[in-house]
Design a protein around this ligand. Structure first.
Ligand code: SER
Length: 582
């Protein structure tokens, strides 16, 4: 059944609404409750506390469409189906239905709503290993619905297990649905290695919690599913290239028009990269991130600069904002895009101008550096980065095209000499994924709430608010608005107040209330409607009150001793404190 992107989203949400699911908000790409991950990479991210047992205010059955960014596969972008930005449809059961119903829903939606013939479907289930048994419950259910045995493959953890996204957390076997993307008749037996079979949906049965010591059964058994909008729209329209679907086509057409080249064989790679990266960049800026050399800002910079480099291959210059216009046309349903359009385009143009000033010379220097060489030294890669704005990955990519290596370790050494937050730290965060909700990060999270309030008291400024937070098991990092350096004496005072409050053994309490009540109760936080009108508020004694999804410790006595490592400026009017607990 041919559907547009918006029609697919609507029919998915309508379907799950009819199955008593509440629709939750499509939240920011910058995870609010998950400071250890750079971007929202799946619809389940904002739901982690609820998958671990906290009660969700909208109930146990949820669904949505979620904007996502995944950068692990950035090098793969250029083929017909890899993207950094994508939209994920998802439905969740928080300890409500489990495998049987989840599979029934998936089957009904695919075959009845989308009218995909059963002959074009195949399924994979978890094969079983020392951690968990073969998933016969899932395979039997699929068979009972009419999927032939030969069309069900059992695959190992690598293929049929999802999560935890971090080191620990909810995870479990999954069952994936594949579609036969060809007009030829599908073979009777499902061969997962035949890439005419494309994965369209993933049902994850989150029944385990991975801890430091192994897998334990979760008390609450959850379902977490994910279906990619771009891929599914493409196959429903019988397209074998996601970039021809309506999530991309206007972008591709615009690139063709500006470059006066056709979207055919040798040009497809560059055009796809440009389309994908510009789209991702628009969405990242729309969620409040600006190009920089650290973390999210660095990813954004890398995307924009990579698009510019590929643009050059097509003979394009100063083209980003013109192509970006199409993103606003495709995604008219995202009101935050339209609202911030000028600001977003302006930001992209600024970055483009900046890079174009050095790109030409940088390429010349690069050519010189690689002449008769087998390797680019760390020092030279750093020169390209520092003086010509080449993200390391771009140097590696350019070098790879010439069969030359780059001394990445050497680069890191040079880089860390110059800045504390190296790229490795950023990359590490992609890999570590989700907040592990470990004891250490939970404690630091509670300490962050105390710090927010302690700063307000010591600096005698009630308008201080959190502007960013990032927690690893080792330390917290807290950004707040304040327009001068915090003196050493003041930092000492903050430390003393923090430790005094910790020793008061204050109880940490969670309450649910509506936004109005939260506001009048004086809770800190963002008063935007999330999860309907209800919010969860954490208070620490009478000292601090914040809207937050948790998790937190039960009592401040668990925290130990608070120490500030460093205070510094991060942007105009924004200060940053790094601290840890002894
Ligand atoms: N979290 C799972 C995935 O990303 C299901 O949505 O595939």
């Amino acid at each position: 059944m041919a559907l547009t992107r918006q029609q697919l989203i609507k029919s998915y949400l309508d379907f799950f609404k009819s199955k008593k699911h509440a629709i939750i908000e499509n939240v920011s790409l910058v995870p609010e409750h998950d400071p250890t991950v750079l971007f929202t990479t799946a619809g389940m991210h904002p739901l982690v506390p609820f998958l671990l047992g906290q009660k969700h205010l909208l109930g146990k059955r949820l669904c949505n469409v979620q904007r996502c960014i995944r950068t692990q596969d950035i090098d793969e972008v250029g083929d017909s189906f890899h993207h950094t930005f994508f939209e994920m449809l998802g439905n969740w059961s928080l300890g409500d239905y489990f495998k049987d119903e989840a599979i029934e829903f998936s089957f009904e939606f695919l075959t009845k709503t989308l009218k995909i013939p059963i002959e074009k479907l195949a399924i994979s289930c978890f094969a079983g290993d020392k951690d968990a048994p073969r998933d016969l419950d899932a395979s039997k259910k699929w068979e009972s619905l009419g999927i032939p045995k030969e069309r069900i493959a059992f695959l190992p953890k690598n293929n049929n297990w999802w999560g935890p996204a971090g080191k620990t957390g909810p995870c479990g076997p999954d069952s994936e649905m594949f579609y036969w993307r060809s007009s030829k008749k599908a073979p009777e037996k499902f061969d997962p290695l035949d890439d005419t079979w494309v994965e369209i949906w993933n049902d994850v049965f989150m029944q385990y919690n991975k801890t430091e010591s192994g897998f334990e059964e979760l008390k609450q058994k959850n379902v977490d599913t994910g279906m990619g909008v771009e891929r599914t729209t493409a196959i429903l329209n019988k397209l074998d290239d996601d970039y021809l679907s309506d999530s991309f086509l206007p972008l591709v057409k615009k690139i063709e028009e500006l470059s006066k080249k056709r979207y055919v064989k040798e040009e497809t790679k560059a055009m796809r990269i440009i389309a994908d990266h510009i789209k991702a960049a628009v969405f990242i800026v729309a969620d409040g991130i600006f190009p920089s050399n650290v973390e999210r800002g660095y990813v954004l910079r890398r995307l924009i600069r990579r698009a510019i480099r590929y643009g050059r291959e097509l003979g394009l210059e100063q083209f980003i904002s013109e192509i970006a216009e199409s993103v606003f046309d495709i995604y008219r349903d995202y009101s935050h895009l339209a609202k911030n359009k000028d600001k977003i385009l302006n930001e992209l143009e600024k970055e483009e101008t900046k890079f174009l000033q050095t790109l030409g010379n940088g390429i010349k220097i690069f050519e010189k550096l690689v002449k008769d060489k087998r390797e680019i030294s760390g020092k030279d890669a750093f020169l390209l980065y520092q003086s010509y704005g080449f993200p390391l990955e771009m140097t590696i990519e350019l070098a790879r095209e010439k069969n030359i290596r780059v001394d990445e370790m050497g680069f890191e050494k040079e880089n860390s000499k110059h800045q504390e937050l190296s790229r490795t730290a950023t990359e590490g965060k992609f890999k570590s994924g989700l907040a592990d909700n470990s004891e250490a990060t939970t404690k630091l999270h509670t300490a962050t709430h105390l710090l927010n309030q302690a700063l307000r008291i010591v600096l005698k400024n009630q308008d201080i608010h959190q502007k960013g937070s990032n927690i690893t098991p080792e330390r917290l990092r807290f950004d707040f608005n304040f327009d001068r350096k915090v003196t050493n004496e003041e930092l000492k005072e903050v430390e003393t107040l923090m430790n005094k409050k910790i020793q008061e053994k204050m109880e940490v309490k969670r309450e649910e209330m509506n936004l109005e009540q939260a506001k009048t109760s004086g809770a800190q936080g963002i008063f935007e409607s999330k999860y309907g009108n209800k919010v969860s508020v954490y208070s620490i004694g009478n000292f601090s009150k914040e809207i937050c999804a948790g998790p937190h410790v039960k009592n401040t006595r668990e925290l130990g001793k608070f120490r500030i490592l460093k205070e510094e400026s991060v942007a105009a009017g924004i200060r940053r404190i790094k601290a840890f607990l002894e």
